[in-house]
Ligand binder design. Sequence first.
Ligand SMILES: *Cc1c(COP(=O)(O)O)cnc(C)c1O
Length: 384
Amino acid sequence: MANVTSKYSKRLDVLPPYLFAHIDALKAEKEARGVDIIDLGVGDPDCPTPPHIVRSLVQAAHKSSNHQYPSSEGMLSYREAVSEWYAKKHVALDPTNEVLTLIGSKEGIAHLPLAFVNRGDNVLVPDPAYPVYKIATILADGKPIGMPLSAENGFLPDIDKAVTDAKLLFINYPNNPTAAVADDAFFRTVVDYARDNDVIVCHDAAYLELTFDGYAAPSFLSVPGAMDVGIEINSLSKTYNMTGWRIGFAVGNAEVIAGLREVKSNLDSGAFQAVQEAGIAAMTGPQDTVDALRKLYAERRDALVDGLRNIGWSVEKPKATFYVWVPVPDGSPSLEFSLKLLDVGIVATPGIGFGEHGEGYVRFALTVPVSTIEEAVIRLEEVV
Ligand SMILES: *Cc1c(COP(=O)(O)O)cnc(C)c1O
């Protein structure tokens, strides 16, 4: 067929360029030339899935009842495990209509606008942010409206300044890429705004469990009234090192969940049941692996933050996530700075890749061992 690219839909044409693919290509080029790369770029845990979860998958994969189409809302037993897990830590949920299995949280985020957004509808998305909120909005023909996050406001959007005629609002705490956390007071502001203006809230809680120094992050749903205005999307990816498995869930307002379920029932046929059984093993089994993971990321965070401070960089010590969000120390544009880091074999993500208000920062992911972080700090000292 001639000239296929000219046939791409307008939807594809207006997607922002994927900066990370550019950096990946440059990284591959360096690697091919034999440069020893330290990759602090991607937000993908380096540790394996705990063995008891893997064993559960192996057993479940042998069951022929798991070989057929799953239901699009997911197994009731999985949804019950989610509701028990939430009840222990956060809020009570009805597994029959307030919980929905997702094929990873990205899937749920990407499908949500299709359930609620009409052409041209406003959708509030943080800037900087995980790119999926904006892209899913564009793919649903909605209009993304950025809410700037800055150090001065603790990387919390100024909800009072948000447009009032929005259909949907995305927030994400603990936050990627800034590693900021939100308190109940902020979530209460969001609930008030959503109730006053009739806006649906989607809180992405992918890092809810990855907190340090005794800090526990609140669920959005734990704030009074939140269940009336929105949902929380969560994932086993980061908590249990299961990014490759594609398993997560949406919880919260039953009508919002029903809208998302309706889209899913028409576009996918649910998550492999054996993976859902492994998810049950993750949520109901021993949680000491999660404690160990928190400790591991805290040690790496200390190695990086203390190391950077020792070489004169000014860096906040995050309370959660496995990212460190660092002001570019020499004031150069973040993309230019990331390319400089690549020259010494370090991959970090330029803030601009997360939105225009991410400019001036780079994000380091704590997905390598402490010894490698120490080597990275030595190389970083050369750069500036
Ligand atoms: C990693 C991540 C997710 C999780 O994605 P999955 O699809 O569940 O693997 C969701 N939101 C943010 C902000 C993330 O960084």
